[in-house]
Design a protein around this ligand. Structure first.
Ligand SMILES: [Zn+2]
Length: 251
């Protein structure tokens, strides 16, 4: 027979043991466990794909700005993170610029608008020359009102693979960053019309929104944004254009 008091110490130890074991198992499960299915990234699908990354603007064309935040710097930083992730997954990455300049040479003597047109022409031309499998253009959005926010991806309505890529990237950004309700949308842009491969423009957020602008300038946020874009690109490689994508955003 056990005395009642005998139980107290073992019960206490028992409880501690149960809690400890549970905690250890939980930590082990998190540490060892495979990610849940929805966060699985088929990065292998990117091996040997030629991906052109277009960090929007550069040099004498700063893009949009708000105070100290300048679009050309944000687009380059996110592009560099994305380039590293794609390269690690085995993709052949072509960066259209790796420093603060545009693609037009020093000898150009036209107007600012003409230089901008020439720059865009050269970007599309470069992607077509290298016969890229995918074109990812990174920009920030801007609006006269500071209230608008949220990343949004644009594609050429006539290209199904572009829509598929845009939808996958949009959904990953929505899921991973949790701060946009926007949907991927068709857009009529020079770069989308003049590239001969699936192409999207990722507007990573509104530089005209103070909160979003400071996020966009933050290195950790830039890494997360690049990760979400990377995951979307990878998902698009293994996903077929089905009725769901066809009906998007009404799915
Ligand atoms: Zn831009």
């Amino acid at each position: 027979m056990f005395k009642a008091g005998v139980y107290y110490l073992p019960m206490k130890i028992y409880k501690t043991a149960v809690i400890s074991t549970f905690s250890i198992l939980l930590i082990a499960a998190i540490w060892l466990g495979l990610p849940p299915e929805e966060s699985y990234i088929p990065a292998y699908a990117l091996a040997s794909k030629v991906v052109v990354i277009d960090p929007g603007h550069g040099g004498c064309d700063p893009g949009a700005s708000r105070g100290a935040y300048v679009e050309k710097d944000i687009t380059l930083a996110i592009s560099q993170h994305l380039a590293r992730q794609l390269s690690e997954a085995g993709a052949m990455v072509v960066m259209l610029r790796t420093e603060d300049r545009d693609l037009v040479g020093d000898g150009f003597s036209g107007t600012v608008a003409a230089r901008k047109r020439e720059d865009l022409k050269l970007r599309a031309q470069r992607a077509n020359e290298v016969k890229a499998d995918l074109y990812i253009s990174i920009h920030t959005n801007a609006d006269p009102s500071p209230r608008w926010y949220g990343a949004q991806v644009f594609y050429d309505a006539s290209s199904k693979p572009s829509k598929l890529t845009a939808v996958m990237i949009q959904e990953e950004i929505t899921k991973q960053l949790g701060n946009t309700k926007r949907k991927a949308a068709p857009g009529d842009y020079y770069i989308l019309r003049n590239t001969q491969m699936p192409a999207v423009i990722v507007e990573v957020g509104f530089i005209s929104n103070p909160q979003e602008a400071s996020l966009l300038a933050d290195n950790d946020y830039q890494v997360k944004m690049a990760q979400a874009i990377f995951a979307g690109i990878a998902q698009a490689q293994v996903r077929t254009y089905d009725t769901e994508i066809e009906l998007y955003p009404n799915w």
